[in-house]
Design a protein around this ligand. Structure first.
Ligand SMILES: Nc1ncnc2c1ncn2[C@@H]1O[C@H](COP(=O)(O)OP(=O)(O)OP(=O)(O)O)[C@@H](O)[C@H]1O
Length: 235
């Protein structure tokens, strides 16, 4: 019997509108359920584009993208948006917090927009938000503060708690440590891995910083799986 897969890409070809060549041409990429994968590659190699395909923000011109047993490539945009809100926790490079909302309300946002995220929580979503915040070393006093008044490291942990609330099956993190110093980067990666392991989520973590790779069960170099060979290698 084959292991359950969180992500399956098969013969995926994606070109940006107006481009004369594909940005991505990926014969195969699989991430097993519960697996943590470190995806790296030089600037411009297509890491963020690949995450947008896995998140259903973009759809490829050819090939198949399946996430948590759902064929994203068979869905229309609105259904992909709903699927993403329900099942994928995203942590963005610049965190994308709502600056005037409190840290607590930022963490709770997915529960407001995706009913299944709230439904998967035993008990009150607010209690779960506080539990995640405490696990991520965000003290109670910080939770009432508007996100704009938090340090970069605190904002990053709020973004992680927001991605994790309601136990999405897949966490996708796009360079979430780039604003932190080396010690804090390592600490954050360990916290995130621990929380994903506790909830059974798969983690796809993207960075160009290969020093973080050793924390992960598997490493994937985007240029090696991409026949299109994009990338400027400027770093
Ligand atoms: N919205 C867009 N429209 C057209 N081309 C784009 C768009 N976004 C990205 N690209 C192009 O697609 C290629 C891959 O970009 P992408 O942002 O996926 O790379 P990346 O590996 O995430 O880079 P970085 O590490 O610098 O964030 C680049 O050549 C980029 O110029």
């Amino acid at each position: 019997m084959t292991a359950p897969q969180a992500v399956v890409l098969e013969d995926v070809v994606f070109a940006w509108p107006g481009a004369d060549a594909p940005c991505l041409d990926v014969p195969e990429l699989c991430i097993a359920a519960g697996e943590s994968v470190f995806l790296h590659g030089p600037s411009g190699s297509g890491k963020s584009t690949l995450l947008s395909l896995i998140g259903g923000v973009l759809s490829p011109q050819q090939g198949r993208v399946a996430v948590l047993d759902t064929e994203l490539t068979a869905l229309r945009m609105r259904a992909r948006d709903a699927f993403r809100a329900d099942h994928i926790g995203f942590i963005f490079q610049l965190f994308n917090l709502v600056p005037y909302l409190s840290a607590l309300d930022n963490i709770l946002l997915p529960c407001r927009f995706a009913p299944s995220r709230a439904a998967r929580i035993d008990g009150a979503p607010t209690d779960e938000a506080r539990r995640l915040a405490a696990r991520l070393d965000l003290h109670e006093a910080l939770l009432a503060r508007p996100a704009a008044q938090l340090s970069v490291g605190q904002q990053q942990r709020v973004a992680a708690a927001r991605a994790l609330i309601g136990r999405p099956g897949l966490i996708v993190a796009d360079e979430p440590t780039s604003a932190l110093d080396a010690d804090r980067q390592q600490g954050f990666v360990d916290l995130l891995l621990g929380e994903c392991a506790a909830s059974g989520a798969s983690l796809l973590f993207v960075s160009h910083d290969e020093r973080l790779a050793t924390h992960f069960a598997r490493q994937v170099a985007l240029p090696e799986i991409n026949r299109a060979g994009a990338g400027e290698d400027e770093r």
